[in-house]
Design a protein around this ligand. Structure first.
Ligand SMILES: NC(=O)c1ccc[n+]([C@@H]2O[C@H](COP(=O)([O-])OP(=O)(O)OC[C@H]3O[C@@H](n4cnc5c(N)ncnc54)[C@H](O)[C@@H]3O)[C@@H](O)[C@H]2O)c1
Length: 437
């Protein structure tokens, strides 16, 4: 275990910068504002509601996480955003149709005040969208410099002590890491050469890291998940994390699959299909954006079930994921899962899951926790990839050469033990050696 860090004070305002002011971002902002006014509870958020056990069970110490460790409070958060669509957070929330007017209208003033800054946006990377609120510049490096300027101005105008950035923008087309992403020199040269290998989300990540702003990526596109930006984050002492908020169907997968494996039950197939009709669904209707999402969703089972270690149980597993754009459903997605499993002597069984979920309702508390925990990491001098935040992601970002941990319960243990470590407490191993002492 590394030397225990000193956690810097959370005093002052924390800027929460959001590239993408769509369904997730506006549901997040509205929920925080509603919670601040006592109009709604922040269900789903560990930073607001979860406790943490400290020491032995007999000690009876289980404070709220936020009472155990110094976290930024909701009334310290100030929101900023970029979006190619110029709607303010109120109009965008109405368009998204996630929250009812009875929840939005009492917050109209504060939501109207969040107006998106002009975005770095290119339809080559998100083909099903367009909007007029975009930056222009001679090359991508210049655009990144404009984002840095936005960050500095936002912090100054809003009196922010610190800031974090959470990508809530659309899923970009599938890109493979290549030479342009290998070193920071190559990355900067590629920005200057306007290389197609540099997607807009990478420019936001670069700008954030250069400004000492922790960065999380809620979408599956590469963004900061390239060696050049990982190295830059370490050099500049900035925490980063990603990718792709773990909500809906993948959340269920990472709850169910560890259970099947824990009981050594076999799996011959898992078919997942979704219908959704929000703007995200429209973007994912484009095969190039869907490919990015598909890669992110497919990795999960493979890593949890370890077919190489258990070939008879999982070696022949057939895994298929489908996303269908179906406008009548809006943000209220329906995800069907069919699991073909087998048990004792190979007898087959089936499990059917029909999850009528609300994507943005599941994603909003993740944005909040990531903002608050990344700020904690930043104040504690933690830098580079924050694997302890894998809990929140479908495709946890890991150091090159390591495999990601997908099991929700291992991820939760890692998150809580990291908090215990930061707070100067012993990790909990669940090793019951009390009777032998
Ligand atoms: N809702 C969920 O449960 C969930 C789960 C995992 C990941 N995600 C991802 O989170 C992201 C946001 O989801 P959403 O439902 O809010 O989508 P959305 O379409 O409602 O919002 C995305 C917004 O990003 C904007 N945008 C696109 N490119 C941009 C750029 N370069 N700079 C700034 N803004 C840009 C769009 O104009 C849009 O307003 C998507 O990538 C989605 O795949 C969502």
């Amino acid at each position: 275990m590394n030397q225990q860090p000193v956690v810097g004070s959370s005093e002052g305002r924390l800027g929460v910068l959001l590239p993408g002011l769509g369904a997730v971002a506006t549901t997040f902002i509205a929920g925080v504002e509603a919670a601040k006014r006592g109009l709604a509870a922040p269900f789903g958020s560990l930073t607001q509601m979860n406790t943490i056990r400290l020491g032995k069970r007999t000690e009876g110490r289980s404070p709220l996480i936020k009472d155990f460790i110094d976290l930024a409070a909701l009334d310290q958060l100030v929101f900023g955003a970029w979006d190619p669509i110029a709607d303010d957070a109120y109009d965008s929330a109405v368009t998204a149709g996630v929250l009812e007017r009875s929840h939005l209208d009492p917050l109209e003033d504060v939501l109207r005040a969040v107006e998106p800054m002009p975005a770095v946006f290119d339809t080559a990377y998100v083909k099903r969208l367009d909007g007029p609120n975009v930056k222009t510049g001679a090359n991508k490096r210049e655009l990144a410099e404009q984002l840095r300027e936005d960050i500095r101005r936002f912090k100054a105008e809003n009196g922010c002590e610190r800031a974090v950035m959470v990508w809530c923008g659309s899923t970009e087309i599938f890109l493979r890491p290549g030479d342009a992403h290998r070193t920071i020199e190559a990355f900067e040269a590629a920005m200057e050469a306007n290389s197609p290998d540099i997607a807009p989300s990478m420019l936001y990540a670069y700008a954030a890291i250069m400004e000492g702003v922790a960065y999380a990526n809620g979408a599956p596109n590469l963004s900061a998940d390239v060696p050049a930006l990982e190295r830059l984050a370490i050099e500049r002492g900035v925490p980063i994390s990603g990718k792709d908020f773990k909500t809906g169907q993948t959340l269920m997968k990472t709850i169910l699959a560890p259970g099947l494996k824990a009981r050594m039950l076999g799996l011959s197939g898992w078919f997942s299909t979704n219908i959704l009709g929000n703007r995200d669904g429209a973007v994912l209707d484009d095969p190039d954006s869907f490919k990015t999402k598909e890669e992110s969703k497919l990795g999960v089972l493979e890593h949890i079930l370890q077919p190489d270690m258990y070939p008879e149980l999982y070696g022949k597993m057939y895994h298929k994921v489908r996303i269908n754009y179906y406008p009548p459903r809006g943000d209220n997605k329906e995800g069907w899962d069919n699991l073909d499993i087998f048990g004792w002597m190979g007898y087959p069984m089936q499990i059917k899951v029909d999850f009528l979920c609300r994507d943005s309702i599941l994603a909003a508390p993740i944005v909040l926790d990531l903002a608050i925990f990344l700020d904690l990491a930043q104040r504690s001098g933690m830098k580079g990839i924050q694997e302890w935040l894998s809990f929140y992601f479908k495709s946890p970002q890991v150091i090159e050469g390591l495999y990601p941990e997908h099991d929700l319960f291992i991820q939760q243990k890692k998150l809580k033990n990291t908090l215990r470590w930061l707070g100067g407490e012993e990790p909990i191993t669940h090793l019951g050696v009390e009777y032998y002492e």
